[in-house]
Design a protein around this ligand. Sequence first.
Ligand code: HEM
Length: 232
Amino acid sequence: MPIRSPVSTLAWICANFIETVWKKILFSRWTKATLFAVCLIPAALLVWRGFQGDLTANPVEYIEHNTGDWTIRFLLITLSVTPLRKIFTQPLLTRYRRMLGLFSFFYVCVHMLMYLTFDQMFDPAAIWADVVKRPYITVGTAGLLMLIPLAVTSTAAMVRRLGPKRWQLLHRLIYFATLAGIIHFYWLVKSDIREPLMYGVILALLMLFRVRMWLSNKPTSAETRPLTATRT
Ligand code: HEM
């Protein structure tokens, strides 16, 4: 049996200590609560700016744009969990994916509510006419409709009810919802396409990572396990 040198033993103890502390942090409900609070910051800032009367000359447009941006950002952050988990071998990161996904849904709901309330005054005929007439609204609506079943089936009970395979297949809709959101953004900008393009490149990189992962086809125990949220 090989004998460890004192230096490598010390390094081993340190590495184990750091890993234990890191695992404790990832398992802690305080970390979850902190992440929840962080995800609420964009909404809190909107409320704060609203009270300050600081939502620009066109508050509705400002809120629509702000919540639209945060929807795409949260979708991309949610999609980054699997690559990060794989690259850094941190299966516990999956614990946070459901919350991040639900925050995308929260921001898109506020986004759409602003549109329904202030742009369309809840007039079903006007909403339908707009959805049919303006392609960017059509594709945005498609994105939202795809996110609804994902939010509804995001619980552990729904994973069990659907079965992990079917659940995973359904939750692949997130790729198409994100793509729809990016196309929606790209179609609505008049001249400066840098931001939607940047989101498009990020989505393409995240998808490339997945394609490589699927091609290498080496499922790990963490992937096959029907955790509260499985792979997205
Ligand atoms: C996945 C779903 C969606 C995503 C990711 C999304 C994202 C976005 C983004 C990023 C913007 C532009 C923000 C900026 O200019 O900085 C935006 C604007 C907008 N979105 Fe969405 N959106 C989605 C769904 C919807 C839906 C369902 C509707 C309404 C039916 C909608 C209506 C609008 C409107 C009216 C604007 C402002 C357009 C303008 O000022 O010209 N979006 N959205």
